[in-house]
Design a binder for this molecule. Sequence first.
Ligand code: SF4
Ligand code: SF4
Length: 451
Amino acid sequence: MRSPKDMRIIQIDITNACSLGCSNCTRFCGNHKKPFFMDEGAFRRAVDSLEGFGRTIGVMGGEPTLHPKFEAFVRYLAERHPPRYRLKPLRRPVRDFIAYLRDKNYFWDESINRREGPGLWTATGKKYYEHFELIQESFSYQLINDHRNGTLHQPMLVSRKDLGIPDGEWIALRDACWVQNMWSATITPKGAFFCEVAGALDMLFDGPGGWSVEPGWWRREPRDFGEQLNWCEFCGAALSTRGRLSSDGIDDVSPTLLEMLEKAGSPRLKQGRIALLEADRVGAPNMPDTINRYIASYRERVSSENRSLFPRHVEKYRLESAAIDLAALRRNAGGDWVLLYAGQEPRSAFLADIHAWVLNPGVLYALGDRAALFNVRASALRGAAGSVDFDAFLNLWPEDKRIELPGETEAEPANPDLAEWAAFAEEHGLNSEQVRKTLEKIASDHGVKLR
Ligand code: SF4
Ligand code: SF4
C-alpha cells in the first residue's frame, strides 16, 4: 500500500453515469439505481484540497464528459492546477488520433510537465466529440479506452472469504494490491479514499463515506487508512482471478457480493448481467501480462470501428452575398461542421475524404481565400452576432486557431505537431537529454527523422 502523496494520480470521480456497461467495471456502472453527479461546490473543494499534490489530478467517471457541468469543472481544474507548460492544441488534421495522443501524453505530460497537470479518463463518445476543443487545450494527460477491443477486466465484486483465502495469506495479498500500488486514490461526493475502488464500493453499498475533503488529506500514510481497508474484503482486485472481455457486459461476483447486490437493488442483477464467479473460471482468458493488466497495446485503446471522433456531418453553405449573417448561418448549419464558400463549391482530395480525419472543432480550416471549414461549436463563435464580411468572419478565430488545409493529405505526417513540439522545447530551453530522447523516439516510431 502507498500513501496517496506518493501516487502519480489522484482521481476525482465526478459521476458514475456511463454510456457503456462493461464487464467488471471498477465503478460498478449499471449496478446503481441512480447515477450520481458531483455538484460544483464539491468539485471545487476536491480540486482545492489537492493543492500541493504536484502530480496528475484526474477527472474520472463513469464517463466524465456526460456530466452536465463538465465544461465548468474542466475550466476550474485547468485554472487551479495548470500544467507547467502549455502546448498549442491539435490543429492540423490527423488520421490516427490515438497514436497522436500517445505522443502528446509522452511529450507534454511525461516529458516536459513531469506528470503535473490535469488528466482525463474517458471512453470517448458523443460528449467527448462535443467537448473536443476544450479537452485538447486543458488536459496534459488523456487516458482513452473505448473498450471495444479485447480489453480484459478482472472481477471486482469478490470476497476473498468466498474463495477460501485464509487470514494468514490475505493481508500480504491485500497490501500488494496492484490497483492501490499502481493507480489512484480518489475523491467522490462522499469523501476522500485511499483507493479508487474503495470509493466506488462505498458509493455502491451506501457505506459510511470517506475522509473529509480538506487540504492535505492525501498525505495520510497506510497506517492511517483505518476502517477504509474493510472495503478490501469485498474487492477482488488483489486476488488471482481470470479476466472477462469488457464487451461481454457481465459482472463476475462471488456469493457474498451477490447477496449485497440483491440488497442494493442492482439493475444489472435484474437484467441478468451478473454471473456467479466460479473459483477458477476454466477457459476464461488470463489477464494480459502488461504493466496495466488490461490491454496489450496502446493502439487498442480506440477501435477502428469507433467513428465517434470523426466529423459526423458537414453542411455545405454557399454565400449568396458579401455579408455573412451569423444568426442565419447558425440556424442553417446543421449543428456540426460547415463548409462555407463563395462562388464554386471547392473540390479537394481532403474534402472527399473528410470523414477519415480527426479535426479540432475549435479550429478554422481555410481552403484558399474564399472557402473555409469550421464547426459551429467553436469557442471563437460564442457570442458572435450580426453580419460580417468573409475576412472579418475568418478573423473571429485567433491566429493560432486558423490554418490552411493541406492540399495533398496522403503525404501528411503521422504526427503533424512533432516539428512544432521540437521548436517549443528549443524556445523554452527544454532541451534536456530526456526531452530530446522523447522527441527522437516519437520520430522513430513514425519512421521519420527529427529535424
Ligand atoms: S467505460 Fe469505463 S466507466 Fe464505463 S462501464 Fe466501461 S469500464 Fe465502467
Ligand atoms: S483490494 Fe480493492 S479496495 Fe483494496 S486496495 Fe485493492 S482495489 Fe482498493
